[in-house]
Design a protein around this ligand. Sequence first.
Ligand SMILES: [Zn+2]
Ligand SMILES: [Zn+2]
Length: 158
Amino acid sequence: MAESTNCKLCDTPLGLKIISPLAGEEGVLKISITDFPGLECERGHRQFVSRDFPMQLLEQVTGGDKVGLPAGRKQGLIFKKYHCGKCGELLGADGEPRPFGFDVTVAGATKMHVELAVPVYKCASCGQEQVREAGEIEGLAPAALAHAFQAAGIKPQA
Ligand SMILES: [Zn+2]
Ligand SMILES: [Zn+2]
């Protein structure tokens, strides 16, 4: 079925709208996207270019190893501590936020640039740089993206 070319809220024509930047965060993860392609009507209502666009984008953002750093180890469920993944030393309380940028193309749309910012921890004992926990970025990315879409007023298609 073809995508509707009129806004579902007010029925005026939709056109391509490049939203830049689009940004959201969740926990320690910040995501910002430049040149994000969306649809906007004459009255400023926004929606995704296709129904499954946000899911495809999420897969591109979390697929592969975008950060390319080893991970530390988490200890404890309530009072969490993080240890160096290499030597086991306790990691410092605060990592240094570092951006990791890459280009993403979701089928049928233009190229976007995505930047993930996460804290990087350098072990005081062995010097290894690492993120504090494997899988943490993948776990936070859906909520961070949802916050970015909400902030830009982009609604999922009904
Ligand atoms: Zn509208
Ligand atoms: Zn270490």
